[in-house]
Ligand binder design. Structure first.
Ligand code: ZN
Length: 45
């Protein structure tokens, strides 16, 4: 996967490369393998 290192919000599981969640301002974690991943729902398929 190329691009910026994505992180997941510990509060709302929002995926973003920011240090703080742009959605709720929560803490982001880079270990988000166990999180509910909601990256690309806009797939053209
Ligand atoms: Zn959040």
């Amino acid at each position: 996967m190329a691009g910026p290192a994505l992180k997941a919000c510990k509060v709302c599981s929002f995926i973003s490369p920011e240090d703080a969640c742009p959605r709720c301002g929560g803490q982001m974690s880079r270990e988000w393998q166990g999180y509910l991943v909601i990256i690309d729902h806009t797939n053209p398929r």
